[in-house]
Design a protein around this ligand. Structure first.
Ligand SMILES: [Zn+2]
Length: 355
């Protein structure tokens, strides 16, 4: 059965559905957060680990979706910028933490998808001493974002302007590529190690932090839905978005990341979790399930909308969602992710079909 939001989904841009859904219940969620629930970080940076702060970028205008991490040390470091629209949130968060823009030494983007790196061009203009660290396959796209913009427009269509525009190029001398296993010192307590982690995208690395023994995984280790944790439920889904999704590479990257025995996974979407065994097992299993469901729909000549619906149905019957109220907007968020994952799966099957 569809609820009203999911029905609208087919006739209205999904981000507007999400925005409406969240603003409708926003006050209620803020109250829950104020009562000690970890539901909503709100507009203030929150400390999520030793010398690590999370700032909600309100990507798509919704809370608990896309975040930036601020690492405190001699060289203050930002991991993920979010889209351009998140930059004012980051600047407000830095001010709240009493960090001057001049103190920002490093801006790291896990990959160049615009919901992770779209703000980098805006942020380097604000932070005169910052260098942007990027995967070798992503560098040229940040220096000249034309192709990145065209690719994103292909996924987001006419809503590109409202969500991502403008994307600013970054002068080459402000960009630095980091190869696999290379290191970056932040303070006497903290060294970051860059790990090539394809699967979600070829231009993706993850970052191991020696101080927290955590890994910043961008989209490689999937998506976390913190709203569910208010109801004592957890859910982690793989992110198989277009157009470089590769399941074998994703499995391999997951294995490599979790073989480091991280204490914490810091998700791009959204926030940290210490339940690393569950994350690894759940995302690996669901990745296989996504491929099984996708293969079936693709082979039976189904379309992408059908696959999105089947992925959503598969997630919805999970235990994690049983406790969640029927009208909760997180269901719209999951529907959105099912949509984007279906798009990426179809793209993958097309790239790999023999005819
Ligand atoms: Zn991505």
């Amino acid at each position: 059965m569809f609820n009203e939001n999911q029905q609208q989904h087919f006739t209205k841009p999904w981000y507007k559905i999400l925005y409406d859904a969240y603003s409708f219940q926003y006050t209620e969620y803020e109250d829950a957060g104020n009562k000690g629930g970890s539901l909503l970080s709100g507009h203030k940076p929150i400390c999520v680990a030793e010398d690590v702060y999370l700032i909600d970028g309100f990507d798509l205008n919704i809370p608990n979706r896309t975040g930036s991490y601020i690492l405190i040390g001699d060289k203050v470091t930002i991991i993920e910028t979010g889209p351009g629209l998140a930059v004012p949130q980051i600047l407000a968060g830095l001010a709240e933490l009493n960090i001057a823009k001049e103190q920002i030494a490093h801006i790291i983007v896990t990959h160049v998808h615009l919901d992770h790196a779209g703000g980098a061009g805006h942020l380097v203009n604000e932070c005169p001493n910052a260098t942007v660290f990027v995967h070798p396959r992503g560098l040229r796209h940040l220096a000249d974002p034309k192709r990145l913009v065209a690719g994103t427009r292909a996924v987001y269509g006419e809503w590109f302007e409202e969500l991502f525009d403008p994307v600013l190029p970054i002068p080459e001398h402000r960009l630095k590529e980091m190869s696999d296993s290379s290191r970056l010192n932040i303070s006497s307590k903290r060294t970051l190690t860059f790990i090539d982690s394809p699967g979600h995208a070829n231009h993706h690395f993850s970052i191991y932090d020696s101080q927290t023994h955590g890994v910043f995984t961008g989209d490689t280790a999937g998506i976390r839905y913190p709203d569910l944790e208010y109801y004592n439920a957890e859910l982690y889904l793989p992110s198989t978005s277009p157009n470089q999704f590769n399941p074998e590479a994703m499995h391999h990257s997951l294995k490599r990341i979790f073989s480091l025995k991280p204490k914490t996974i810091f998700f791009g979407h959204f926030g940290p979790s210490d339940n690393t065994t569950q994350i690894y097992e759940e995302v690996s299993q669901r990745l296989e399930d996504f491929i099984t469901i996708g293969t079936q729909v693709y082979q039976e000549h189904g379309n992408q909308t059908e696959l999105a619906q089947q992925l959503f149905n598969y997630v919805e019957k999970d235990q994690a969602l049983v406790k969640i109220p029927e009208e909760h907007p997180v269901r719209s968020m999951i529907q959105l992710d099912a949509d984007i994952s279906a798009m990426g799966l179809f793209d993958y099957f097309k790239r790999n079909s023999k005819d």
